[in-house]
Every structure is written in structure tokens, then in C-alpha cells.
Design a protein around this ligand. Sequence first.
Ligand code: GTP
Ligand code: SPV
Ligand code: MN
Length: 581
Amino acid sequence: MPTPLEHWVDQVAAHTHPKHIQWCDGSDTENQRLIERMLETGTLIELNQKEYPACYLHRSDPTDVARTEHLTFVCTVRKEDAGPNNNWMAPADAKEKVGALFAGSMKGRTLYVVPYIMGPVTSPYSQIGVEITDSPYVVASMRIMTRMGQAALDRLGASDNFVKGLHSLGDLSPDRRFIVHLPEERVIWSIGSGYGGNALLGKKCFALRIGSFMARQEGWLAEHMLILGVEEPSGRTTYIAAAFPSACGKTNLAMLVPPESEKGYKVWTVGEDIAWMHTGPDGRLWAINPEAGFFGVAPGTNWHTNPNVMATIAKNSLYTNVALTPRGTPYWEGMDGGPPAEAVDWQGKPWTPHNGVKAAHPNSRFTTPARQCPSISPQWENPKGVPISAILFGGRRASLIPLVYQSLNWQHGVFLGATMASETTAAATGKVGVVRRDPMAMLPFCGYNMGDYFGHWLDMGRRLQQAPQVFRVNWFRQSPEGKFLWPGFGENLRVLRWVLARVHGEVGAAETPIGYVPHSNDIDTSGLEVSPAVMQALLAVDHDGWVEAAAGQRKFFEQFGEHLPRQIWQENETLTRRLRG
Ligand code: GTP
Ligand code: SPV
Ligand code: MN
């Protein structure tokens, strides 16, 4: 009798017609062979192995450089279960339309069977997925991003309890590109893209879209959040989870290096993109990082902004769509030392600083093993996870949103997450810099109706005996001249210190219509070029701006109709009343 996995592989092979089938065990030998083959075909370019051992460059198709949200679908049986936040097709239509594109799509190629675990190998909170793909780059990436290979097969055995992800590069045409999810069947089909969240199906497709759907059924949370621990000079460590939209600072915050002025503090990285959180036996919220690697934004990354990640990506890493220097080293905008005199840009064309175009794509990325990170937490593979004391919601907002403020309680905290909006970035195709609503940084990733999702968050609060404190943060507030008012990066620790002090009941706050805002001298600015006037601007609550925001929020909430919990609607009414009062 074939196992459910073998049966599925047979079915897929009969439909996609690969030349070979390769079951991946995740071993070094297997990886070495795969890389050699990719170097031969030009899928990978070897970087300077002295400076960057076991590091390679990959250039994706120029029309395939970011997630494509308009081609991403959540296919529930009932349309309203996908909600206004998702594109929808009926499951049968999706299978017919997208299934047709898979017919013969692997002709002449190798079909790789990639079994993987999301989460620490022995954690009861971990889940198994299998990705079938015809892209060796995806295989090599999945080996970094997940616990891939034999460990997953061993844990799976003959069970059918795994998420089925089918991926093919197809012809890479955006016209024949689809990323479809059938959460009720725990199935993902992705065709026509080899890039990031479109193709590494364990990440956004499974760990967030299918994951959030499972989490609601089973009573946990799958979130677009980093997880970090702050160790204070006293030795006390407090864990924080933080949701920021794509390219809004999760990786950077997760690996924060305390500046000279904050000696004695230490930030430990547990995760930098996704958190799975369960109610523990003690009634607290416990988080695991389902991933094993980082798929991080390259531009802007340097030894000043994120030294931990710079150290991490020095070996065993893949670089995608960065530029290449004559020395065979990677280059991107914002790297230390400035631009080289000449380079080859992300599309393989000759480049000089005078070209007037960017050498690296704005969404160029590195794929690197988490265990190499100097700040990786000793708890990062703890099967129980880490207990979360605070949740931060942060967007990229030039105005209105203060540097930091705290919710009045869990329900109000859910409201703060639900009303988040952020300027769009290069992480997804489309216009950059447009403010859009992005509740909990999950707009592109929530695998069901977002109104029900808010309800699930409220339910979680009822289940928790000791719910985390909830905060909004914004590192990106600007002056009228368009300069960031807050230095950000390592200095964000000063804000985290206020968060910790609030969590542990060690500092007061001003109660305002939007929540608890710090007294301006409660955030330590010693040694910073942040004047008291700037600090006041950073913490200002602009009444007229908030009245307008509340009206916009009301409009946003209206689209969820019956699915919107009454409490969320009431929070907005209460906010409006407080602002008038
Ligand atoms: P995804 O991987 O897309 O989910 O992104 P992310 O949320 O992990 O964002 P990341 O940390 O990679 O940062 C994205 C961009 O924001 C980079 O160019 C950073 O340099 C910049 N950035 C991060 N933190 C700060 C900050 O505190 N202040 C400012 N001004 N920029 C920041
Ligand atoms: C994001 O866009 O939030 C990412 C990159 O982390 S991707 O994996 O492409 O989704
Ligand atoms: Mn992300």
C-alpha cells in the first residue's frame, strides 16, 4: 500500500510529466549536488568563496521579483469565508483553471519532493508540509528556511496529516501565474513564479494563510510577527512579539544591537517574520518560530543598521537579485563603504554609480540559516516556545501615529491591531508608498474572512489568563521636510525599555483618547539628537487627524458586515466619542 504522500506524488507526476522524481533527504551531499547542477545551468552564480563561503547569487526573472497579491487566491467553498480581504475562486474553478496550467508543466524537468517541518523538530506545535516543486532553487531555499528532509519524513510516517503544496515554475509568465490556497483541504497550488513568498510554500502560503485558517479552527494564532527577548541588566528576560507589514522592520528589530548608551541590555532573536502562538498550561501566550532561516530584505542592511544579520549572511547563504562586484561579492544600496566603481546589476547588466538606476532590486533578499545568527536566542528551538508579555503593532507612517502608545486592555489592543495602516513597500508588486489598511500586518496573509479573524483574536483574549499587553509603535514618523524624526534601528531599544517598564508596572503614562502615551521624559533620549520639541512631535496626539482616521476606520470596518465583531465597531465609536469629549 502506498502511503498518502506516495499516492499524492504519483498523482502529481501523472499530471505534470516530469523527467525524473527526486525525494529530498536534506543531506549535505544532496545539497552539494543540487548546487553544482545549478552552477552548471546558470541558475546560481558562485560568489567569492574566500569572503563568502558557500554563498551563491540567484537572479530571478525580471518580471518575478516580489509577491503578486492580485494573483493570490483563497479558495474556500463559500466566498464570504474568504472575506473582502482575499481574492476568491470556487475550489472547483481553481482546480480546473490552475490544474490546466500544471498539465505537463514539469516536462523535461525534475520533480523534487520536499518534506519539511514548520517549527522545532520535536515541538507539539510544529506542523508538517510537503512541497512538490520543479525548481532546484526552491529546494535549496526550503533547506535553509525549514527543517527539511528525513526528519520530516520520520515525523510524518504513513500519516496523511500534512499540508500539500504543489509548485511549478511553469513558463514564469505573469499571465499564467497563480498562487491558490484551499484552506479547507490544506492544499496550496502555485505556478508561474519562482520568487519568495510565491514559491517557498512553507512561508506565507502555509505558515500564514493555511496556518491562520488552522489556528482559528484549533484555537491558536498564526501571525506575521517577529519574536524577541530583551534581557535587562538585572538578568530578567521579557519576550515580545511584533507585527509589522512587509519591509517595515521586523528583521531589524528582531536582531537589534543595543547602542553604546544602553550597555547591559541584550536582545535575543527567536524569530523575524512569523510566530505561531498557543495558550500555555499557565494561561500565558507561548510563541514558536515555525521557520529555520531568514528571507530578509537586502537594501538598507549594513554593519550599522543590522550587524547581526551581516554576520549571519557571511556564509551558507543565497542572495537573490542583488548586484555583483568585480570581486565576486554581493552589493546593494545602503551597504557599508558605498557603491563600487562598477558592478553587474541585479539583471546581469553592467552598472556604475552614474547609471541613475539601482544596482540591486529594492526587494532583493538573502536566505540564511537562523542558527548562524549571533543574537539567536538559546530558547529559539525550545519545543514549548517562549512566553509573550507584549505584542507590538507597527506600520510605516509618516504622520499621525505616535512613536509608541499602549492599549487600555486586550479588546482595545485587538482594535489597535485591526486599525493598523501602512505605506506600501517593494515586498509586493504595485505602487510603493501608498497608505493602505493592513490589520495586524496580515492583509495579504489572512487565510479567511478578516472580520472573523478579529473575532478570533477577541476569543484568544478570553482564553488567556495573562494576556500580553498590546502596543502600537511607529519608527517612521517624518518632519514636514520628509526626514525621519526618530533615529530607529538600535535606538528602538529605548522604546522597548518603556514597553518593558509598562509590562512590569514600573512607569506611568498619560491617558489620551487613543490609549496610554508616554510622558515625554519617560523615554530616555540622552545622547540622541532628538530635542524635547521633536520628542513632543513624536508623541503628539493630533485630534483632527484622529477624528478623520476614525471615520476612515468606520468605512473600512463596514465592508465586513455581519462578520465584524460588535466590540470592534464599538471601540471605534468609543474612540470617536473620546475625541469629541
Ligand atoms: P519582510 O521580510 O518583508 O517581512 O520585512 P521586515 O519587516 O523584516 O523589514 P526589514 O527589517 O527587513 O526592514 C525593511 C526596511 O526598513 C530596510 O530597508 C530597513 O533598513 C528599514 N528599517 C528597519 N528598521 C528601521 C527603523 O527603525 N527606522 C528606519 N528609518 N528604517 C528601518
Ligand atoms: C514579506 O513580503 O512579508 C516577506 C517576503 O517576508 S516574501 O517571502 O516574499 O513574502
Ligand atoms: Mn514578511
